[in-house]
Write a protein that binds this ligand. Sequence first.
Ligand code: CP
Length: 307
Amino acid sequence: MPPRHFIDLSDFTTRELRAMLDAGRDIKARRRTPASQGDRPLDGKTVAMIFDQPSLRTRASFEVGIRELGGAPMMVTGREIELGERESVADTARVFSRYVDAIMIRILDHGQLREFARHATVPVINGLTKTSHPCQVMADIMTFEEHRGSLQKARIAWTGDSNNVLASWIHAAGRFDFELHVATPAELAPSRALQDWASENGARLKLTTKPEEAVEGADCVITDCWVSMGDKEGNRHNLLRPFQVDEALMRRAAREAVFMHCLPATRGEEVTDAVMDGPQSVVYDEAENRLHAQKAILAWCFGQVQA
Ligand code: CP
């Protein structure tokens, strides 16, 4: 049996993703109850966490999640192993697979991640690349559904840069039945390849350069920082300033709309303090749900969650 990797939401069927989301919800409900004693699919297993980029949420939530599932996390920085420099990515994957039972990896180059997964003989989990951030969007969907009910038929609005989190939201739109309205500057729109993937996969994706248009009547408003990992500043601040989420923009969304941001946020840039700290903000629930969603993903990788 090939290992069950978790690389992109586009690799999965709707049923598989829904099974993982349901498992995450159940794991969260059982946490710190006697029933959670049964949630130990990682008993006796070691999971490597390779970070070639900085992290707070991914690092902490994976480490805690692995421990709570009975496993032992092993933290390794990209600098220590000089990933892709001391030896080939393929050899690194083959060697790691002889020591550990699964590998979570954060690396900018998505091609390198795919290469790593191709040669690993244990499950590999994408902890963020320049191209996608699927663990984040699983936590985001879980958070949306906790606050607003089913994602089906919902209208999700994104305003700001077209980055890795948006790419995973576009993949989600190709798997779940919701509208995704995206406002970006024309220069920073989603790639042609991503737009083509969206149309081939039935995603209800609408692109605009006007944040007010994307947010109008939305059930959820999402943004992210203007300069993501691996980006150069260039003209980003000038281009993205009109895409800031402030109270006036939030008023255009549905009355019960939630505000989401994967964090870390640059307050005063992509979002104001008033929105971040306001009654519609669910950003800390999103951060918490990384833990529960990723425990479900780990359980899926070890065959404990079935579609
Ligand atoms: N949202 C997110 O991935 O946070 P970190 O970069 O802190 O892990």
